[in-house]
Ligand binder design. Structure first.
Ligand SMILES: [Zn+2]
Length: 445
C-alpha cells in the first residue's frame, strides 16, 4: 500500500490531502508568475518563440551557404590550388577548412547581426554599442576560424587514415578536442570577453563559500564576471574541466537579485559541480556525436555519388561543405535530444540547489527574472522539444512544492506561498516607470 501511495505521489496524482500543506503550491506559482503582468509575459513569449524560428532559419542559412560554396566550385578550386602549392595534406585540409569557415562567417554575417545585435536591442537585452559588439564578433570569429580549422584538419587526417571507420575515431577525437577546449576556456578564452574578479567580502560571500565547502567543492573564492558588459540579464555558470573548473556569478545577478536569489542560484551551480555534470554531459553528448558522424558517413556517400561536384570521396576536403550541411541538418533534427540531455542535468541541479540553499523564494525570484529571455509557460511538448532548462513555471512550482512541504514538515518557519507583498520584477518596474500610463501593478506598490 505504501508503495502504491508513493507511486501515486510521484506520478503527480498527489495522495496527500491538500489540507496538509500550509498553502496551495499551484496558487503560489500563479501568484509569482502574475507579477510579470501581461506586457512582460507577451514580450518574453515573443522573444523566446522567435528563437525557434531563428534555429530553423539558422540551419537553412548554413545549408544554403554550404550549397553555394559547393555549387560555385570554390571549395574544389581552393583544394586544387593548395594541392599544387603547399602539397602537404594536413595543410591542404587546414587551408580548405579555413577558407570555407571564413566565407561562411562573412556570408552569414547579416543573419548574425540581426540575431545577435538588432534583435537583442529590440528586446532591451543588450548593453553594447555596435563597435563593442562587432569587436567581440571579430575575436570570436578569429578563434573559431583557427581552432575550427585545426580541428577539421585533424578530422580529415583521421578520415584519410580510416575511410570506413573514421566516424568512430573521429567522435573520440572530437570529445578529446572538446575536452581540451573546455579545460582551456576559463583560462584563455573567457578573459578575452569578460573580467573575472573576486566577490566583495561579506556575509553573502561567506554563505556561498560555506555551501561550496560543505559539499566538497575546493573553492577558496567566489568569482564575479562583468556580464553587464554584454547584457543586463542575470546568469551564473560552471566552466572548466579538472583543475580549471570554477563557478562564476554575473555582476547583474548580484546587482539585481536579492541575497536569497543569489544563494538559490549558487546552490544550483554548486549542484552542477558536485554532481559531476560536465563529465556526464560530455559522455551523453559523445553518443550524439557518434550518431551524427555515422549519418554524415553514409549520407555523404549517397549525396556525392559519382564524384559529383568534383568531390573525390569523403577524405577530400573539397567535400567539406557537404559535411557541414549534413551536420547542420542533423543538428536541427537532434535539437530535442540535445535539449533533453541538458534539461535532465538542469533538473538535477535545481533539486540539488533547493535542498542546499533552502531558498525557495529566492529560487522562484530568479526563475521569474530569467523570463527576460525564457518563456515561462510553454506547453509540455514545447518544453520537451525546445527547452534546455525546466520552464519558469516548472521551476517556480518546484520551489513552491518544496517550500510547502518543508513548512509542513516543520523544517522551515511558516510563511505564505507566492511572492513577497508588492514584489514586482525590476524589468517590469523599469518599463512601467518609462511608460506614461500608470498600471495597476505599480499602483499597488
Ligand atoms: Zn544550470
Amino acid at each position: 500500500m505504501r508503495i502504491l501511495a508513493f507511486a501515486i505521489a510521484i506520478l503527480g496524482l498527489s495522495a496527500v490531502p491538500a489540507g496538509a500543506l500550509p498553502f496551495d503550491p499551484d496558487a503560489a506559482t500563479r501568484a509569482w508568475l502574475d507579477t510579470m503582468g501581461a506586457d512582460a509575459t507577451a514580450r518574453s513569449n515573443a522573444y523566446f518563440e522567435g528563437g525557434y524560428w531563428i534555429d530553423l532559419a539558422g540551419t537553412l542559412v548554413s545549408v544554403a551557404v554550404a550549397a553555394l560554396i559547393l555549387l560555385l566550385g570554390w571549395a574544389r578550386g581552393v583544394r586544387a590550388w593548395l594541392e599544387r602549392t603547399v602539397k602537404w595534406f594536413p595543410f591542404v585540409a587546414f587551408g580548405v577548412s579555413f577558407f570555407v569557415n571564413l566565407v561562411s562567417t562573412v556570408l552569414t554575417f547579416p543573419f548574425s547581426y540581426y540575431v545577435g545585435f538588432v534583435r537583442e536591442h529590440r528586446y532591451d537585452l543588450s548593453t553594447q554599442t555596435f563597435p563593442e559588439w562587432f569587436n567581440e564578433q571579430l575575436i570570436g570569429a578569429g578563434i573559431g576560424l583557427i581552432v575550427g580549422s585545426i580541428f577539421l584538419a585533424i578530422l580529415y587526417l583521421i578520415i584519410r587514415a580510416a575511410k570506413n571507420t573514421w566516424w568512430v575515431w573521429g567522435s573520440a577525437a572530437t570529445v578529446v578536442f572538446a575536452g581540451a577546449l573546455i579545460f582551456l576556456q576559463p583560462v584563455y578564452i573567457e578573459p578575452l570577453f569578460n573580467t573575472y574578479t573576486p566577490m566583495q567580502e561579506g556575509e553573502l560571500k561567506d554563505d556561498i563559500l560555506a555551501m561550496a565547502q560543505a559539499n566538497g567543492v575546493p573553492a577558496h573564492d567566489v568569482l564575479v564576471y562583468d556580464r553587464s558588459r554584454q547584457t543586463n540579464s542575470i546568469s551564473a555558470n560552471v566552466a572548466g574541466l579538472f583543475g580549471t573548473t570554477r563557478i562564476a556569478l554575473a555582476d547583474t545577478l548580484l546587482e539585481r537579485g536579492s541575497p536569497e536569489a543569489v544563494r538559490a542560484v549558487m546552490g544550483h551551480e554548486i549542484g552542477h559541480y558536485v554532481l559531476g555534470h560536465i563529465y556526464s554531459l560530455m559522455i551523453m553528448t559523445a553518443g550524439l556525436i557518434i550518431i551524427t558522424f555515422a549519418i554524415v558517413h553514409f549520407a555523404f556517400r549517397a549525396i556525392t555519388k559519382g564524384e559529383r561536384w568534383g568531390v573525390r570521396d569523403i577524405s577530400d576536403p573539397a567535400g567539406l561543405p557537404v559535411i557541414l550541411a549534413i551536420i547542420s541538418a542533423v543538428g536541427l533534427l537532434a535539437t530535442p535530444i540535445q535539449n533533453n540531455i541538458t534539461r535532465f542535468h538542469e533538473n538535477q541541479a535545481d533539486a540539488f540547489g533547493l535542498n542546499l540553499a533552502r531558498e525557495p523564494d529566492g529560487f522562484a525570484e530568479a526563475a521569474v527574472m530569467l523570463s527576460e529571455y525564457r518563456k515561462m509557460e510553454p506547453s509540455a511538448l514545447e518544453e520537451w522539444v525546445f527547452y534546455t532548462h525546466p520552464s519558469g513555471w516548472n521551476r517556480v512550482h518546484r520551489a513552491m512544492v518544496w517550500k510547502a512541504n518543508e513548512i509542513a514538515a516543520g523544517r522551515l518557519p511558516a510563511s505564505p506561498g507566492g511572492p513577497p507583498e508588492g514584489w514586482v520584477p525590476d524589468f517590469v518596474r523599469a518599463r512601467e516607470a518609462a511608460s506614461p500610463e500608470p498600471s495597476p501593478a505599480v499602483a499597488s506598490d
